[in-house]
Design a protein around this ligand. Sequence first.
Ligand SMILES: C[S@@+](CC[C@H](N)C(=O)[O-])C[C@H]1O[C@@H](n2cnc3c(N)ncnc32)[C@H](O)[C@@H]1O
Length: 241
Amino acid sequence: MSEETNIPEETAAAPQPEWRNFYGRRAGKTLRPSQKVYLGEDLDTLTPQGFSREENPERDVVDPATIFGNDAPFWLEVGFGGGEHMVHMAATYPGINILGCEPFINGVAMLLGKIRAAGVENVAVWPGDARDVMDVLPEGSVAKAFLNYPDPWPKRRHHRRRFVTQDHLVPLYRCLAPGAEFRVATDIPDYMRQALREVPKAGFELIAHSGTAWEDWISTRYEQKALREGRVPDYATFRKP
Ligand SMILES: C[S@@+](CC[C@H](N)C(=O)[O-])C[C@H]1O[C@@H](n2cnc3c(N)ncnc32)[C@H](O)[C@@H]1O
């Protein structure tokens, strides 16, 4: 048990290849008893097999039908935070499967609570880095991808840690199906500038960029925080040709 967070060690320290750094937070404040129950009872069932290096050291391709138990199209959400967007999308589109990735275990616990409350079943959860998932998904398998309020890494020397760098975007491009959308929301103008420059370099085309959200958008925790603090949301839609 981690003293600082009161989170079981095996959950707090999700397996991470030593060759790949993750700079964000994996655990925060103490989990509520109910959240520990969600993690203990629900996470294993919702976590697909074959994403971790321990389970799949050869990085063999994982068949999405084994993730969800059916062949419905699936979407990928990178860094779902508290899970409000992911659960909203799962409830809005019951015919679509959604795979969410989030290394911050407190966020995972929040998502699990929301999944229980909404009763959605078309979801899978990877409590780790989206890069682990992109390693093993088949080429062209993801029908839509979301990057909502990614970690801003405001210092210039940290910009290379941002998700909108080629290290992340090239694998994402490979996983997306031709015609698939990649949506980016941020409140950091410099982040959007980097996205508008780097995402097309990975092969995507820009479809739309404005201060108006998508029709099926739900405002996330980080967007609410940005609005409270006077920052302005900005939304871009890219597409794999
Ligand atoms: C600023 S928060 C935004 C959370 C949520 N999308 C929202 O809008 O409220 C960014 C999240 O991305 C997660 N994250 C950062 N790098 C990631 C990666 N490589 N794979 C998956 N999630 C990542 C962080 O742990 C963090 O919870």
